[in-house]
Design a binder for this molecule. Structure first.
Ligand code: CP
Ligand code: NVA
Length: 326
């Protein structure tokens, strides 16, 4: 697609199928060549974190280093933002120093406000509504795993695959489900009553799926969701900021633990994904540490994919070899 790449990277619903696939192909190329370059020499990324992070922080700092740029990690314990200075004023000041801002915040409105007030690109590093960097890493992991199944004609697309989700209708699910129709994949989602995905995200996903000719299944039955699926993903039942609801949530998610027995209903060559951090209640050890689990590849892929986003929003023409695969 020839649509201009969005200035800010806030959620998957901003991207065309071509833009999403383009990021996966660029990330795959970076991975294949184990890239270390000076592409972003002189560029700096300001990283604001209002919540904890292992993967997002490390993958972005190391990724920025591999691209020849510099990243500054700014936790809310260190900077004035939100405590002693408004988001708006912080955004204006940071735009004078950095080439781009990456932010992990509580409310999605905070990312939107940062984007509104910044003259430089803003990248969402997780809000209560979206986690687009995670979806890229997940789909890169899927693309690599099912590479052999993809026809030459549709190289790089995941046409015909079925992705499943069993668990909370949260930020990670939102981008995961929006991405499925973008790559031509079906999506089957099981969430307990009261923990569905956001209605506007469901509507957008259904609209995209209609245009792509793919399937969206919404159910409260985990078995129905995993039936025939090539990819099964889940996430914590208690997201950051929901700690007070932990007891009720864990009770409400009874029956949603991903187990080996549950996955007998999945495709025989399925893989299991989890964005991490993981807790035992949502997936048992047998699956999580088992042969079909690709969670460590998925974590590594956070780096190659965020590098693709950084190269893209900073406007660099990264050399892409002809449809590199991995
Ligand atoms: N998956 C993910 O975003 O992990 P962190 O919270 O460790 O960054
Ligand atoms: N849903 C989780 C994802 C963490 C990466 C949370 O928001 O805490």
């Amino acid at each position: 697609s020839s649509a201009p790449f969005p200035k800010h990277f806030l959620s998957t619903d901003q991207l065309t199928p071509g833009q999403f696939q383009g990021l996966l192909d660029l990330a795959a190329d970076f991975k294949k060549s184990n890239i270390n370059t000076d592409l972003l020499h002189g560029e700096s990324l300001l990283m604001i974190f209002q919540k904890r992070s292992t993967r997002t922080r490390i993958s972005t700092e190391i990724g920025m280093q591999r691209l020849g740029g510099r990243a500054l990690f700014l936790s809310s314990d260190d900077i004035q933002l939100g405590v002693n200075e408004s988001l708006k004023d912080s955004a204006h000041v940071m735009s004078r120093f950095g080439s781009a801002i990456l932010a992990r915040v509580y409310g999605h409105a905070s990312v939107l406000e940062l984007a509104q007030e910044s003259s430089v690109p803003v990248i969402n590093a997780l809000s209560d509504k979206y986690h687009p960097l995670q979806a890229l890493a997940d789909y890169l992991t899927v693309q690599v795993r099912f590479y052999f199944m993809l026809s030459h004609e549709h190289f790089g697309s995941l046409k015909g695959l079925t992705l499943a989700w069993v668990g909370d209708g949260n930020n990670v699910l939102h981008d995961y489900m929006l991405a499925a129709p973008l790559v031509g994949a079906n999506i089957q989602i099981a969430t307990p009553e009261g923990y569905n995905a956001a209605p506007d995200v469901i509507a957008k996903c259904q609209k995209l799926a209609k245009a792509a000719g793919t399937r969206v299944v919404l159910t409260s039955d985990p078995i129905e969701a995993v039936k025939g699926a090539h990819v099964i993903a889940t996430d914590t039942w208690v997201s950051m900021g929901q700690e007070e609801e932990a007891k009720k949530r864990i009770a409400d998610f009874d029956g949603y633990q991903v187990t080996k027995k549950m996955l007998e209903h999945a495709a025989p060559n399925h893989i299991f994904l989890h964005c991490l951090p993981r807790h035992k209640e949502e997936v048992d050890d047998e699956v999580f540490y088992g042969k079909t689990s690709k969670v460590w590849d998925e974590a590594e892929n956070r780096m190659w994919t965020v590098m693709a986003v950084l190269a893209k929003v900073l406007g660099k023409k990264a050399p892409i070899r002809e449809k590199a695969g991995v």
